[in-house]
Design a protein around this ligand. Structure first.
Ligand code: SF4
Length: 435
């Protein structure tokens, strides 16, 4: 079996590549060249039977990921499956199952999510390896390298389309972290597990030391690697520091090795980053990582808005995507506070989609501009159904329209008879807006 990368290099148009090209209204040859060069990836594990493939990278629409998953405190599979439905209905392009808690419910959650999801599913395999180590040997640090690779193999065989692997949390990054210090230390869960294991065993991270073993699994299952940023800043004060950049340099060295092995690869980025550093972060990552698709976790542009972190992340996400990031991980209003509800998931997806769309306009995306033009024309015509057709969240817009205009006002209750659109249309003789 050829991976999407190998197939593209051979000049082939896989059905997955053709499906992505059609969905994005792209020339298949242009997409094939980007996939062959590693500038774009196609998330499509052949074992994920319900999947509609998704492309991420240069020249493609900016994509949005929604995180799901149970925790040790709240293990409610029905709720997570409801969140999956909400996330996809709200327009999430991918989901990640970040379940923790107990191993058996984690396996079940992953398999159920894979069976029901038509969008690509990602995971962070070290979570399961860590939980199994706790259950079987009493502590996360009792995880073995073999157990970690075994979990990766099992998840890949189940059909997981992309996996976050914290290969860059190595001795070099750890030495820098320890010598420079940080306000928020390490906030990545996978990064923390890896770091604790390395310090306990005085050994190198197996995902870095045995990267070829990881590549072998990824190639056999065509699982896309998402090189995680275990050293991502968890405070704007720590942004762009030496530990973060040291890890990024390592990830940049691993990208060509993955590509040479026929493995599709993305790179993950911060985190908490003040607004004025977002563009530089994206440009540095793109440059060091040879143009690999860049997946940002936010970035959150301030630390002091708990309850509104979907907004702090959307601000950072819009700037990041404008600067070249390809993939936005949503943040919900529950970030830093607790496991999100289904409504938080919906709000998080919408906020990230607004950021992605705003960046699409800035990047000259013709479809994005066409949608905004349609909306503006419909607004001018007071054409409410026409507005709803292109609204990112038609359900919310429709519900607000009804609730705020119980009398069915032709314009809206903001200005009523003093509607500027109406008045100017009459004054200019350009016709009375339609109801
Ligand atoms: S009433 Fe005011 S806010 Fe409402 S559509 Fe007319 S101009 Fe816009």
């Amino acid at each position: 079996m050829s991976t999407q990368l190998e197939s593209a290099r051979l000049g082939r148009y896989s059905w997955q590549l053709q499906a992505v090209a059609e969905a994005e209204q792209l020339d298949p040859e242009a997409l094939r060249r980007r996939v062959a060069a590693g500038q774009a990836v196609i998330l499509a594990n052949p074992a994920h039977k319900t999947l509609v493939p998704c492309g991420i990278g240069q020249g493609l629409r900016v994509k949005v990921n929604a995180n799901l998953g149970t925790s040790g405190v709240l293990t409610d599979l029905a709720l997570e499956l409801a969140k999956l439905e909400v996330a996809v209905a709200a327009g999430a392009d991918t989901v990640m199952d970040l379940s923790t808690g107990a191993a058996a419910p984690m396996e079940l959650a992953r398999r159920e999510i894979l069976a029901r999801s038509r969008v690509p599913v990602g995971t962070v395999p070290v979570y399961q390896a860590a939980v199994e180590a706790m259950e079987q040997r009493g502590s996360v640090v009792e995880m073995t390298a073999d157990a970690l690779f075994s979990v990766i193999e099992r998840q890949a065989a189940d059909g997981v389309d992309f996996i976050t692997v914290h290969c860059g949390v190595n001795r070099a990054a750890l030495d820098v972290l320890q010598s420079t210090g940080r306000v928020a230390s390490v906030v990545s869960r996978g990064g923390a597990f890896t770091l604790a294991w390395m310090l306990h065993h005085h050994r190198e991270n197996p995902l870095y030391a045995e990267f070829d073993r990881l590549l072998d699994i990824a190639r056999r299952h065509d699982v896309t690697l998402s090189l995680g940023d275990g050293m991502r800043p968890g405070s704007v004060v720590d942004a762009s520091d030496a530990a973060q950049v040291t890890e990024l340099v390592t990830l940049g060295q691993l990208v060509p090795r993955a590509r040479a092995a026929g493995v599709q690869v993305m790179v993950e980025g911060p985190g908490h980053v003040p607004l004025h550093q977002v563009r530089a972060n994206v440009e540095l990552a793109k440059s060091l990582c040879h143009g690999a698709p860049f997946y940002v976790l936010g970035p959150l542009v301030t630390d002091i808005a708990p309850g509104y972190d979907h907004i702090t992340a959307a601000i950072g996400g819009a700037i990041a995507a404008w600067a070249g990031a390809d993939f936005l991980c949503y943040v919900t209003p529950a970030e830093h506070l607790g496991l999100p509800t289904a409504e938080h998931v919906r709000e998080g997806v919408m906020a990230a989609r607004i950021a992605a769309h705003a960046a699409g306009l800035a990047r000259g995306d013709a479809a994005a501009w066409a949608a905004d033009l349609t909306m503006s024309s419909a607004r001018k015509a007071l054409d409410w159904p026409g507005q709803l057709k292109v609204a990112l969240d038609a359900e919310r817009a429709s519900s607000l329209r009804r609730a705020l205009n119980p009398d069915g006002t032709r314009a809206c209750s903001m200005c009523g008879e003093l509607c500027a659109m109406d008045m100017v249309a009459k004054a200019l003789g350009t016709g009375t807006p339609r109801c």
